[in-house]
Ligand binder design. Structure first.
Ligand code: HOZ
Length: 432
């Protein structure tokens, strides 16, 4: 029996009357996959349910935060306790220092951290701080990387910008991006050339050390080391945007996995346990420029919100005390990603699969995907057919070729086998 989506369609129509595209964030509108989005009403463990009662195995996980799955008891209990005391005070609370302590323990280069309310705020503030510290104007970012929607960063960006084919964004005057240099990811020559041309003028290089926003793209061997060497040599700040990778690829994020220390790190997603949070941090020498200690201004009414702090602290403490989770995530993700790739091969479809830990993407292209140019060669129409067939089979994937999927500690071997079986059927349809 085909699934019914009547309730979700009704809800979508209602939302469209009042909200652009019916959504609060463009990627959720499912525009790139040619179907209406299911309206999610409940999540538990590895599953979500929509308004029509359809059940899905979820590989979005709220786009990364839910590393323990939906509604993990440890987070729900901590939230219950915090909630009874109130929702927001706009004042300091003990919970901020609790979360700060565990974040600092995971990132050895960080001596201080500032909490904000989203990843966008974290990256925007880290760049302002890098400029304040170096007294330079230029910034380097990479094509297909996405660091939120601040004006200067919406240049050749990934995520929804890439999905919807919007090259930059309307409403951003070119003067606002004149100091943004967008270079190809994984290309050491390009970065060397830029530093030669703009020597002593580049404030920072910001990078997703493992990219999640053009689909999952790992760094080439030696690439992060090269970024570290070049930035150090030119006294530019190296910013690792670990909003996705922090506490996901390892407790200490991509920088622990690849053993590279950046100057500043931005965080979000997992550190909020599913509530809105971001953070940026680094050595005191840089962080002490942030107001009220220094002249770099950044503020927020809901920054350090006690509910977000409590949820994040509960989730991070659980991860710290259950380090074995990372090996389990790695093993199950490998089983899933290679199982689906083998099903594609059986169906004589050439896919490329990229995976680092529990972040992964099946690209509908036979060629290796190492940069935006190679990701963009994917057959997005075939991806959309695959996506719709998977959804019909009860598998909820990111609705874009250019977004990473995530596995959680709540996923089971049974979920993985069910997903591989669904993929076998979907590949037959994706062929059509
Ligand atoms: N920027 C997010 C994915 N990379 C999408 C967030 C959302 O639409 O919820």
């Amino acid at each position: 029996m085909p699934r019914k989506f009547d309730e979700s369609r009704k809800l979508q129509k209602r939302a469209e009357q009042m909200m652009p595209g019916g959504v609060s964030s463009p990627a959720r509108a499912f525009r790139a996959v040619g179907c209406d989005p299911p309206f999610i009403v409940r999540g538990h463990g590895s599953h979500v349910w929509d308004a029509d009662g359809n059940d899905y195995i979820d590989y979005i996980g709220s786009w990364g935060p839910l590393i323990l799955g939906h509604a993990p008891p440890v987070v729900i209990e901590a939230l219950g306790v915090a909630l009874r005391n109130g929702t927001s005070f706009g004042a300091s609370t003990p919970a901020e220092a609790d979360l700060a302590e565990v974040v600092l323990s995971a990132f050895p280069h960080m001596q201080k951290v500032r909490f904000v309310s989203s990843g966008t705020e974290a990256t925007m503030s880290a760049i302002r701080l890098a400029r304040a510290y170096t007294k330079r104007k230029y910034i380097v970012k990479f094509e297909g990387c996405y660091h939120g929607h601040a004006d200067a960063l919406l240049v050749k960006a990934g995520s929804g910008v890439a999905t919807l084919g919007i090259p930059g964004s309307a409403g951003v005057p070119e003067e606002f991006t004149q100091f943004t240099l967008a270079l190809p990811f994984n290309d050491t020559n390009a970065i060397e050339q830029s530093f030669n041309k703009f020597s002593n003028q580049i404030a920072c290089v910001i990078v997703e050390p493992v990219v999640g926003n053009m689909g999952c793209v790992p760094p080439a061997r030696g690439y992060l080391e090269a970024l570290r060497t070049i930035t150090k040599h030119d006294k530019a700040v190296l910013i690792f945007d670990e909003v996705m990778t922090g506490f996901r690829l390892a407790f200490g994020g991509a920088q622990e996995l690849y053993k590279i220390q950046p100057d500043l790190t931005t965080l979000g997603k997992i550190i909020g346990g599913g509530l809105p949070v971001g953070a940026y941090g680094g050595p005191s020498e840089i962080m002490d420029l942030v107001a009220p200690l220094g002249p770099m201004y950044q503020a927020g009414t809901l920054s350090g919100n006690p509910l977000a702090m409590a949820a994040g602290y509960a989730q991070l403490r659980y991860l710290r005390d259950h380090d074995e989770i990372y090996a389990k995530l790695d093993k199950l993700s490998e089983e899933l990603v290679t199982g689906v790739a083998a099903a594609a091969e059986e169906a004589e479809l050439s896919l490329t699969h990229n995976r680092v830990g529990s972040m992964f993407t099946w690209f509908f292209t036979p060629e290796p995907v190492t940069s935006w140019d190679s990701a963009a060669k994917s057959d997005t129409k075939a991806f959309a057919r695959f996506f719709r067939a998977m959804l019909e089979n009860g598998i909820y994937l990111p609705p874009s070729q250019f977004e990473a999927a995530f596995l959680s500690a709540a996923h089971s071997g049974k979920d993985i086998q069910q997903t591989i079986t669904a993929a076998k059927q979907a590949f037959v349809l994706a062929h059509a």
